[in-house]
Write a protein that binds this ligand. Structure first.
Ligand code: FES
Length: 108
């Protein structure tokens, strides 16, 4: 089975400066894109513990802390790092192409 990725342009690079984040809607998903020192990461904007936006939490290095109960996630992988979350959040492929930020939707 082959896997293809549809790349969707979501922002110009300068719309997400280092240390900032942008929330976009892609299909039925809300996605938060982080810029950490020029590297872009994209996660589903929904805590895996309860249905609240992760984008409202504090970002320290590459760790986002959910504002509601304090669970933490690695934004480079989506992996949960501390309770009360017991599951990761969905990670999206992201790339910088000709000065624009693109999110990948995987098609199988
Ligand atoms: S809703 Fe995020 S830790 Fe509870």
């Amino acid at each position: 089975m082959s896997v293809t990725i549809d790349w969707i342009t979501v922002a110009a690079e300068n719309e997400i400066p280092p240390g900032e984040r942008l929330i976009v809607e892609i299909g039925r998903d809300w996605v938060v894109i982080f810029n950490v020192d020029g590297e872009f990461y994209a996660l589903e904007d929904r805590c895996s513990h309860e249905d609240v936006p992760l984008s409202e939490g504090a970002l320290i290095d590459c760790t986002i802390e959910c504002h509601k109960h304090g669970a933490t996630f690695d934004i480079t992988t989506g992996q949960h790092l501390s309770p009360p979350a017991v599951a990761p959040v969905k990670k999206f492929p992201v790339r910088l192409e000709d000065g624009v930020v693109q999110i990948g939707k995987v098609k199988r």
